[in-house]
Design a protein around this ligand. Structure first.
Ligand code: FE
Length: 380
C-alpha cells in the first residue's frame, strides 16, 4: 500500500490555483471526481486521499482464487466503493483501486507502460476519455453486453471507452429575475440582452471545454468563438470555480441565468427541498434544429496493458448493467446510461429532454480547439 501512496507526489500538472475559503469536509460532499479538486485543492492533499489506494503487488499468498481487477479511478473513492464491494460479494473478484485526478492517472498509465498494474481506467468527462484513447492508454474491446446496455452516442465507436453515467450541462435561472419564456439556447446566452446577467464556470474546467467543443461540432470554430465572446460580454461577475457556488449565486440573485451540471442542482435540492423555488432548471436547445442539451459522461475503458482484460471487461459490463446502474448513479444525482434503469427521483423530476447526439468521441476530439478559442475570446 505504501508503495502506491508515496509515489503520488505532485507531478508537472500540479494545480496552481487554490480556493481562498476551501472547506474540505463541506466541499467533499459536492465532489464526484478528482476533476473537481483541480481548482480548489493542492495536489499534496490528494496524495493523502489517494493513500486509500491498494497496491497491485500483493503477495501471492494473499491473492484470492479469483484474479483481481485493478482500477485507476478519478471518481471519488467513497462513491465507487459501495458498488465495487457489491461486485466482489457477488463474484468473489477482488477489486483494487487507485484514485487520483484524471490527468495524473493518465500520466501514470503512460509512464508505467507495459508494467502498469491497471486493468481499467474510470474517469469523468468525455474530453478525458477521448484523450486516454488518443494517447493509446486504452484498448478497443467488443462486448455485445456493453453495446446493448449503452446507447451508441454514449460510448466510443471503436470501443476504447464506455459511458457509465450521464451528467447534463444545461441552463439554470432565477425565476424572480427571468421568465422561462425568455430562455432558449446556450447560444442565445451570448445575446446582448443578457448583459450583466450571466454566471459561468471557468474555462479551465473541462465541463466548460466539453460544452464548447459540442458547439464547435455544431457551428464550427469561428462561430463558436463569437458565442464565447458574447458570453464573456454578458458576465454578471467573475467566472466561478465551482458549479455549486454558481447555483448559489443564482439563488442569491447575483446573476439571473447560468450554465451548470445537473447533479450539483440535484445535491442542492436534496439538501434544501426549497432550492428549486429559488433556482430553476431549463433544458437548453430543445427547439427544432437547436441540437439538444449537452450530455457529458463518466466512463471507463480497459487499459492498453491490462493484465486481466477479461476481468476488466466483466466488471465494465456489470457497471453498465441494470443491476449496478442504480447504485452507480442514484447517490450522485447523475443519469443512468442504461435506458432500462429508472433515474433517482430528484433526477426524474426534471423531466425528459432531447439530448444532443454529437458522439462523445467527437466532443472529446474537439476539446483542444475549444480550449484555444475560449482563450482567444477572453473567457478566463
Ligand atoms: Fe463535477
Amino acid at each position: 500500500m505504501s508503495a502506491f501512496a508515496t509515489a503520488l507526489e505532485p507531478g508537472p500538472t500540479a494545480p496552481q490555483h487554490q480556493h481562498e475559503s476551501f472547506s474540505f469536509t463541506l466541499e467533499l460532499r459536492f465532489l464526484l471526481s478528482y476533476e473537481e479538486l483541480i481548482i480548489v485543492l493542492p495536489l499534496r492533499h490528494l496524495a493523502i486521499t489517494a493513500a486509500v489506494a491498494c497496491t497491485a503487488a500483493l503477495p501471492a499468498a494473499l491473492q484470492a482464487a479469483e484474479e483481481p481487477v485493478t482500477i485507476y479511478s478519478s471518481r471519488i473513492e467513497q462513491l465507487l466503493k459501495p458498488t465495487l464491494d457489491r461486485y466482489t460479494e457477488e463474484t468473489g473478484v477482488p477489486v483494487r483501486m487507485l484514485t487520483d485526478r484524471g490527468n495524473a492517472l493518465m500520466e501514470r498509465l503512460a509512464a508505467e507502460g507495459e508494467g502498469s498494474p491497471a486493468d481499467l481506467l474510470i474517469t469523468v468527462d468525455v474530453g478525458n476519455l477521448w484523450q486516454a484513447a488518443d494517447r493509446g492508454l486504452l484498448r478497443p474491446i467488443q462486448s455485445e453486453s456493453l453495446e446493448n446496455d449503452i446507447p451508441a452516442a454514449l460510448r466510443d465507436p471503436e470501443g476504447h471507452w464506455f459511458g457509465l453515467s450521464r451528467r447534463e450541462r444545461t441552463i439554470f435561472y432565477n425565476p424572480n429575475m427571468v421568465e422561462e419564456s425568455e430562455l432558449s439556447t446556450y447560444e442565445d446566452l451570448a445575446d446582448p440582452k443578457w448583459e450583466g446577467k450571466l454566471c459561468l464556470r471557468t474555462s479551465k474546467q473541462t465541463y466548460t471545454q466539453s460544452l464548447t467543443a459540442m458547439l464547435v461540432a455544431e457551428h464550427g470554430e469561428e462561430a463558436t468563438e463569437e458565442i464565447a465572446r458574447g458570453w464573456v460580454n454578458n458576465l454578471a461577475t467573475d467566472v466561478f470555480t465551482s458549479d455549486t457556488k454558481l447555483l448559489e449565486a443564482l439563488a442569491a440573485g447575483q446573476c439571473a441565468v447560468g450554465i451548470a451540471n445537473t447533479y450539483y442542482y440535484g445535491r442542492l435540492t436534496n439538501q434544501d427541498p426549497e432550492f428549486p423555488e429559488k433556482v430553476k432548471l431549463f433544458w437548453a436547445n430543445q427547439g427544432e434544429g437547436e441540437g439538444g442539451a449537452h450530455v457529458n459522461l463518466s466512463g471507463g475503458g480497459v487499459t492498453a496493458h491490462a493484465k486481466n482484460p477479461e476481468g476488466a471487461i466483466k466488471l465494465l459490463e456489470w457497471l453498465a448493467s441494470a443491476e449496478a446502474q442504480t447504485g452507480y448513479t442514484h447517490g450522485t444525482f447523475e443519469g443512468p446510461v442504461n435506458p432500462n434503469v429508472e433515474p433517482e427521483p430528484i433526477v426524474k423530476s426534471w423531466g425528459t429532454f432531447t439530448p444532443n447526439t454529437t458522439n462523445a468521441a467527437e466532443i472529446g476530439s474537439l476539446q483542444p480547439v475549444a480550449i484555444r478559442l475560449l482563450d482567444r475570446a477572453g473567457y478566463r
